[in-house]
Design a protein around this ligand. Structure first.
Ligand SMILES: O=C(O)/C=C(\CC(=O)C(=O)O)C(=O)O
Length: 291
């Protein structure tokens, strides 16, 4: 598999400035491969996207902190994610992907290394299997640590997965709004079904990220904003946002991270909404001891 590069080296300077203490709550690190090899089961083989590169981007975009989410290319070995957190000097925390047989001691050492959640990935193009019973077992075991669960699925799975989501005893954060079809507009069937899930389950949160993946028309992402701004307004206490740098699998439509940041004042049009989305909400999940 040839190595893919899915980010721009010099993203534009955003015209909008995030509030002090802003958290980019969905990023990944890749490798470096020489130190942290990819999983033999990886479905893509990216170039190295190192913690140093991540922190340079964080500073360039005007953010203060990151949440590093374990990407599928590193399987259940969280060493690269933990290395990124360790190198951040307290300015990153993480979400791990764990083997169902993980021991309590290993969970505790992930916690000590800055992990505050586990991710369950249901995308068939990224993982070979997604065993719901084993995931529920993990969810029950991480609950006492104060962690939450991050789930990644596409809209066609929402109905089937709802009983599973309901059985999770922690806060659940759905990546990229469960990937609704944005072309259907703000009253479309898929975003309406997802909003119904949020309406009926106050412990389900979502990341209002993925404009570059969900938008039909691309920058300046007006189609995404039209559908997703009402979500930010309606569920302002349980939304997170992230760039998704280094944008795994986006080699055919690589986004400019500066343009992604410039969506934010349209997605969250008041200072209060911006502070909740970028500071208060991520701090509650990842740095609760600082609030
Ligand atoms: O990170 C994302 O937001 C999206 C991904 C990659 C991913 O999740 C993974 O590799 O674990 C995708 O849709 O290819």
């Amino acid at each position: 598999m040839s190595r893919t590069k899915t980010w721009v080296d010099r993203p534009s300077q955003p015209t909008w400035t995030p509030p002090p203490g802003a958290v980019d709550a969905h990023v990944h690190v890749f490798g470096p491969e020489a130190e942290f090899p990819f999983s033999p089961k990886a479905k893509y083989h990216p170039e190295d996207a190192t913690p140093e590169m991540l922190f340079a981007l964080r500073d360039h975009l005007g953010f203060s902190r990151n949440v590093i989410v374990q990407a599928s290319c590193h399987g259940t070995n969280n060493a690269a994610t933990l290395n990124g957190i360790a190198m951040s000097k307290g300015r990153a925390r993480g979400v791990a992907v764990v083997d169902p047989n993980i021991s309590d001691d290993e969970l505790q050492s992930l916690h000590d290394g800055g992990i505050r959640g586990v991710r369950f990935n249901f995308l068939k193009r990224l993982v070979d299997d997604a065993p719901k019973d084993k995931f529920l077992d993990i969810a029950r075991r991480i609950a006492p640590l104060g962690w939450h669960v991050v789930v990644y699925f596409e809209a066609d799975l929402l109905e089937e997965l709802t009983p599973f989501l309901e059985a999770i005893p922690t806060i659940v954060v759905v990546d990229h709004l469960g990937r609704p079809d944005i072309a259907q507009g703000p009253d479309g069937a898929e975003i309406t079904a997802f909003r119904r899930l949020l309406d009926t389950h106050p412990t389900i949160w979502t990341k209002v990220s993925g404009a570059e993946r969900l938008s039909i028309h691309g920058p300046p992402f007006d189609d995404f904003v039209e559908v997703i701004r009402p979500v930010v307004e309606a569920y302002s206490d349980r939304v997170l946002w992230g760039t998704d740098w280094p944008h795994p699998n986006m080699e055919h439509r690589i986004p400019d991270d500066g343009q992604l940041v410039d969506i934010l004042p349209r997605l969250a049009p008041t200072a209060e909404l911006q502070r909740k989305l970028l500071v208060d909400n991520p701090m509650r999940l990842y740095w609760p001891e600082e609030i």
